[in-house]
Design a protein around this ligand. Structure first.
Ligand SMILES: *Cc1c(COP(=O)(O)O)cnc(C)c1O
Length: 371
């Protein structure tokens, strides 16, 4: 699905030198390398505060804790997402209230949020799934109307520019009260291990986020609140700082690969290619097709046999996971989520994909679909 090895070889000299420099410095945790990366990422993102942490899951958990959400509170989030988005809420005793996604964008359906709001609702967590932005403008308006927080799960959306109706552009992850991202190796800005970051423009929240990520300490060995231990290590920060300079070029390569697939599948009635709303620039963390009248699992298996990786993201939506049985997961009727879950398939997309590889992939996909 990804080719991080070829990508590494293109920046090997720079990366190797940066990693060796960290080892020579013996400053493995914290220090200038981590601070510099956080500053550079904050500039790229146009976020006032960027707090690095250990992974994207922690970023979401720390965000919920910093906003003061507690057991019994509710958050509204799509069920059609990676489990981390909702797991952290459940871990804190917060009830995830699952809503539908938009059939085209795969992101939270803004028209159903209002109905899901109760007196216990504290936050909305939109997910920029596969790299397409959730429709942030109406979400922010709703949040304002009901006095709710918005935490963006931007693990798959980093680098996406969202355009507001009056023309302002903002990066996804810098629009809500807090944005969270992941540097898992296959993500668009991937480390060579784990990593994550939290973004906010709010000074008070930034203090809390930093404190919680660092054992709740206000200064060394003075712990004001219960926190956790969530750090981005210096080697990952050094690597990420180099890769950050290439992020826009990486996104462009993914978009080019998506264009190729789009053209190749155009006009095929059984295949819906990813929708691209005009108010944001899809960064194609995944290239996900919706199949109609095709044995999706059969295609998945066939592709594996001919040496083409493909993935089902995700085979079980959150509301149907055993984990959420005690949160009333089984009570939901989410038709679109279930419909998509049965029909989506993601094809390889990454920065190193060439047309020859794509032609091979397309030939086998079409060969199966048109059988
Ligand atoms: C990857 C991912 C996460 C979690 O990030 P980790 O760094 O793996 O903890 C959360 N949400 C979404 C949508 C993701 O894709």
């Amino acid at each position: 699905m990804v080719d991080t090895k070829t990508q590494y070889h293109k920046i090997k000299t720079e990366v190797d030198a940066a990693v060796i420099a960290v080892m020579e410095s013996s400053r493995f945790i914290g220090g200038d390398v981590v601070t510099n990366f956080a500053n550079n990422l904050g500039k790229y993102h146009n976020s006032k505060h960027t707090i690095p942490c250990a992974n994207g899951t922690d970023a979401l958990q720390i965000a919920l804790m910093a906003l003061g959400l507690k057991a019994g509170d509710e958050i509204i989030t799509p069920s059609f997402t990676y489990i981390a988005t909702v797991e952290v809420a459940a871990l804190l005793g917060i009830k995830p209230v699952f809503v539908e996604v938009d059939k085209h964008t795969f992101c939270i359906d803004v028209n159903v949020i209002e109905k899901a709001i109760t007196p216990k609702t504290k936050a909305i967590i939109p997910v920029h799934l596969y790299g397409h932005a959730a429709d942030m403008e109406p979400i922010m308006l709703l949040a304002k109307k009901y006095n709710l927080f918005v935490i963006e799960d931007n693990a798959q959306g980093i680098g996406n520019d969202y355009t507001f109706s009056e023309g302002t552009k903002k990066k996804t992850g810098s629009i809500g009260h807090i944005g969270c991202t992941s540097f898992y190796p296959s993500k668009n800005l991937g480390a060579y291990g784990d990593g994550g970051a939290i973004f906010t423009d709010d000074d008070d929240l930034a203090v809390k986020l930093k404190m919680i990520a660092s054992h709740g300490q206000s200064k060394q060995y003075y712990h004001d609140v219960v926190g956790c231990n969530s750090r981005l290590d210096a080697m990952q920060a050094a690597i990420l700082d180099i890769k950050l300079k290439h992020l826009d070029e990486y996104i462009a390569a993914r978009r080019k690969a998506a264009d190729y697939y789009d053209a190749a599948f155009a006009g095929n009635e059984k295949i819906s290619v990813p929708f691209r709303a005009t108010n944001n620039n899809h960064v194609f963390h995944q290239y996900t097709l919706v199949l109609k009248g095709v044995d999706r699992n059969g295609l998945n298996k066939y592709l594996a046999e001919v040496g083409v990786p493909s993935m089902i993201y995700y085979p079980v939506p959150a509301h149907k996971q055993k984990m959420f049985e005690s949160f009333g997961g089984g009570d939901y009727e989410l038709e679109i989520t279930d419909w998509l879950t049965d029909r989506v398939i993601s094809l390889p997309i990454h920065t190193e994909l060439d047309e020859e590889q794509q032609a091979f992939i397309v030939k086998h996909v079409l060969g199966f679909v048109n059988r």
